[in-house]
Design a protein around this ligand. Structure first.
Ligand SMILES: CC(C)(COP(=O)(O)OP(=O)(O)OC[C@H]1O[C@@H](n2cnc3c(N)ncnc32)[C@H](O)[C@@H]1OP(=O)(O)O)[C@@H](O)C(=O)NCCC(=O)NCCS
Length: 162
């Protein structure tokens, strides 16, 4: 799978048949992802194999309040909000699910997040997980902090990936 910025697609025609099984995510890719990227609100990376659109992942900046942190993290956290990167959207086309592409998209994002953390500091990755994807995020070390939000500390990521 090759990763391309959504801005490298001249039209959204390539995404016409994309279906990850979630209509909101499909609509986001087809309608809003390019505009949000252009406006620097978020960044979307599309995983392709030739003409085939396998999946996409959207990242944006975020912060986490001290009170939202799991109790076990609080001892090492400041009381003010800490910088985070949010996995705002993630979808793999149903034709390609369960073949390891979701994991590949996630690892691609982790590497980008580590790069950013070196320049500006990023304490954690967060995601608002859909009910049926919670197990996916837990598999990669994300911790449930309530309200469908999951968190993974960047230090844990670096230890695991480097
Ligand atoms: C969730 C999603 C991104 C996973 O992508 P995928 O390509 O199907 O997953 P992968 O094949 O990369 O799976 C990697 C591992 O996670 C596991 N996994 C995948 N989906 C899972 C789930 N929903 N629950 C628990 N484990 C899951 C796989 O079994 C695999 O484990 P293994 O390496 O031990 O075999 C994909 O199913 C999807 O797009 N779903 C619909 C949209 C969605 O829910 N997106 C998440 C938005 S928050």
């Amino acid at each position: 799978m090759v990763f391309k910025s959504i801005l490298s697609f001249e039209t959204n025609y390539a995404f016409k048949h994309f279906d990850c099984g979630d209509s909101n995510l499909n609509k986001y890719l087809k309608t809003f992802a390019y505009l949000n990227d252009e406006n620097n609100l978020s960044k979307t990376f599309v995983g392709c194999d030739g003409e085939a659109i396998i999946g996409f992942i959207t990242l944006c900046n975020a912060q986490i309040e001290f009170k939202e942190m799991p109790e076990s993290y609080k001892q090492t956290m400041p009381k003010y909000p800490v910088p985070a990167i949010k996995i705002a959207r993630l979808g793999v086309d149903t034709k390609f699910q369960n073949k390891g592409y979701g994991k590949e998209l996630l690892l691609f994002a982790f590497k980008k997040i580590i790069q950013v953390s070196v320049s500006t500091g990023v304490k954690a990755v967060i995601v608002d997980a859909k009910e049926n994807s919670k197990g996916f995020y837990e598999k990669y070390g994300f911790v449930d902090i309530g309200n469908n939000t999951f968190i993974l500390l960047v230090d844990t990521l670096i230890d695991g990936l480097l």
